[in-house]
Design a protein around this ligand. Sequence first.
Ligand SMILES: O=C(O)CCC(=O)C(=O)O
Length: 340
Amino acid sequence: MQGPCTLAAAAALAAGYLLYKRHKRMRAPVMELPRLDGKTCTPSEVCALLRSHGVVVIDEAVPGEVMDRVVAELDGVGGTFVGGKHSFAGHHTRRNAAKPLGESTTVQELAVHPTALGGGEALLGPWCKKVCLGTCSCISVEPHGALGDDEPCGSQVLHRDDSMWGASSWRWLPQTPLEGRPQLSVSCMWAVADFTAGNGATRFLPGSHTWYRDGDGYGEAELPPGVSDAAHAVQAAMRKGSCVLWAGGTLHGASGQRKGNTASRRGLLFIYNLGYLKPEHNFHWSMPHEVMMTFGERLLDLIGYTGANAVDHPWYRGPVYTQPYLGGGRGSTAGDGVQF
Ligand SMILES: O=C(O)CCC(=O)C(=O)O
């Protein structure tokens, strides 16, 4: 009798296990990130997926060689800093702020990539006259041990990029049936090297841009009951030359590198925001005027170089805020009548 009993017990256990797994799957469906073909997709398709899912991958939006140019142009430029231990950025990350935009013409081209920027502008367009580029950062996730210590290479805390503006948590923001809650920004991470599940690809909680918001935009407190980072976050694995876009309200964060990896996960992040919000980075401070003067019109416009104003003078129409300082203290007439 022992044989059949054991068999029955084993079968019951196996059935229980399968039911348990099915139950877990039902409660914790792992979503795939929506993806578009970079060679054929349009800004309005990008916008539609940003609106519905809060995140979209554009596969191979540019050929991989474009990323080789980014690497070559930034090679030896230096000036990256390492995230502090237990910091928001994550100890195993290196990044910089604003400066790569002035240092690499390919970064300048990517900042105005028609499908990525166009998709972002389409999402933000209903809420502003102008979109601006607010952030430009190279962000790498370094392998375990790369920083010369034995600190574990953890994941970055989940966060919402729009939490840098207080208005992101206002409950009384207007909503429309089509556009829903206004998004304040759209982020675009370019894969300068392949992003993989094991090397720190950014992870996302699809749909989280529509969730009820009650906190400061960081961490587990943002997750509704039954949702967890471990079970529900989905990584944006993508080939070099692809990019992933997400809405300002979408929860995301860099993942950690798996032990044993030796290569950096190199990414390039742009954040575009509603033109009347303060940009995160100050491009005008981070690069010389003559470098900015080499930028194309579209990029100049994105960093706030042109204005629309009722006063018909180049200082107002654009470039704005560039009336030169002519010296003299309070009450000086040094600038009076000067023509440019
Ligand atoms: O590096 C990443 O994958 C994401 C970085 C990020 O979201 C941030 O630092 O704000």
